[in-house]
Design a protein around this ligand. Structure first.
Ligand SMILES: [Zn+2]
Length: 432
């Protein structure tokens, strides 16, 4: 792929979380303009959070734009897609309740007739994910099953159905890398050599084969893009942000639980920090304007200095307007802590309930690799190769996830009326 086209890195948005990154890909916009900032969105006027769904995307998407331009779309298992009525078909992906069920029904029936399945497996089942530690071999078996089924069905669909734009996402490698990164990355503090490293390598080889099978099956004039929405970095320690906020009096805990009404600030997991703002939260404590700014500054200064066993754990703490821009900025967390490689935020809005010195951190996280909780996108870049008619060869590229949609539209010679944050990449050979 490198010899045949351009290759390099994709820079995910902040946070480099799967639904945020793929939404950024599909809209060509930064989260401030598409409204997806995390796995959950604040329910306005409450302290509640709703798990995000594809219909919460506040911006036009690639499948709709292609459809409006009269192109046939085939999208399989793309996170944050749903059953959009397109000229073509969609198999909804991660974060959709209809994940794996092809739409329209005629395509679903075709798949059923050929493979005897009602839905395509888009991701590992929860039981498998919960049993990784106790049964890692079963985990790898299930990843192979998932990958093979997706490869077989999608390759068949790519030949069976007409399309102008075809795309499929495989989730298995993400799962493997979360759980076994310490076997993959030699820079991991607890790097291990052994069987699971070999099994992970076998997964990468499986994908080489899949890319090869697809590429061989295509007409010569087809442009092929292989990309990931993010990469990975080692994780050895999780920080419980709410414990830290409680230490400094920003957060009030009652018997191990966060008292949201009496707290000035709270993290819901993934490094986000929300202030309890007057006029926004039901029992707001912090005044808008000066008091809001002063509180944010205090929290930025405090969290920026956090260290674990003498090692600096936080790379930066960002105000929302420093990370994103656009009409939906007010849906974003007030602050986001960006962790250094090796560290990440502990999940869920909990306090550890422990006393010092075991408070604040979890040094045996469930995952040894991460990208999502929350890291500098530059520390967890994804990968990309792109080859096809007129595309330069052997050139190294580096592009933001929001540049992909405009680049694809340009390659397909579609003038989009949508304003996008991203810019099309200049990939074509210079013609004399
Ligand atoms: Zn992941």
């Amino acid at each position: 792929m490198r010899e045949r086209g351009v290759y390099g890195e994709t820079i995910p948005p902040t946070p480099a979380q799967t639904p945020v990154a793929w939404t950024t890909f599909m809209t060509g916009n930064n989260p401030g303009n598409h409204g997806i900032f995390s796995f959950a969105l604040r329910r306005k006027g409450t302290y509640e959070r709703d798990i995000i769904r594809p219909d919460m995307i506040r911006s036009n998407t690639l499948p709709r734009i292609l459809n409006d331009a009269g192109r046939k779309v085939a999208m399989i298992n793309i996170p944050m897609t749903d059953t959009d009525k397109v000229n073509g078909f969609i198999v909804p992906g991660f974060m959709s309740l209809k994940q794996g069920i092809a739409y329209p029904p005629s395509v679903k029936e075709k798949i059923h007739r050929k493979f005897g399945i009602e839905r395509i497996l888009g991701d590992l089942e929860v039981e498998t994910l919960e049993r990784v530690q106790s049964d890692p071999d079963l985990f790898f078996e299930k990843v192979d099953e998932l990958t093979d089924q997706m490869a077989e069905v999608s390759l068949w669909l790519s030949q069976e159905e007409p399309w102008d734009f075809f795309m499929v996402v495989f989730m298995g490698l993400d799962r493997v890398q979360h759980f076994f990164w310490e076997y993959i990355d030699a820079t991991h503090r607890f790097h291990k050599v052994g069987k699971y490293g070999d099994l992970a390598k076998r997964c990468y080889r499986r994908f080489d084969k899949i890319v090869s099978d697809f590429t061989r099956s295509l007409e010569d004039d087809t442009t092929v893009i292989v990309l990931s929405d993010h990469g990975f970095c080692p994780v050895h320690t999780e920080l419980i942000l709410n414990d830290y906020l409680e230490d400094k009096g920003f957060l009030t805990g009652v018997s191990g639980k966060v008292d949201v009404e009496k707290s000035q600030a709270i993290s819901y997991g993934y490094g986000d920090i929300w202030l309890n703002l007057k006029g926004r939260e039901p029992a707001g404590l912090i005044g808008a304007g000066e008091e809001y700014e002063a509180t944010r500054t205090k929290i930025v200064q405090y969290l920026s200095g956090l260290s674990v066993n003498g090692e600096k754990a936080v790379k930066d703490v960002k105000r929302r307007e420093d990370l994103w821009c656009g009409g939906y900025l007010s849906d974003a967390p007030d602050l986001t802590a960006i962790f250094k490689v090796g560290f990440q935020a502990a999940r869920r809005p909990e306090l550890s309930g422990k006393d010092a010195p075991t408070r604040h951190t979890n040094d045996n996280p469930r995952w040894s690799g991460g990208h999502d909780g929350t890291h500098d996108p530059e520390d967890v870049p994804g990968t990309i190769t792109m080859s096809g008619p007129g595309i330069r060869r052997g050139k190294r590229v580096r592009l933001n996830m929001w540049d992909l949609a405009p680049t694809i539209l340009k390659l397909m010679k579609i003038d989009s009326v949508n304003r996008m944050d991203g810019k099309p990449l200049d990939l074509l050979e210079r013609t004399a």
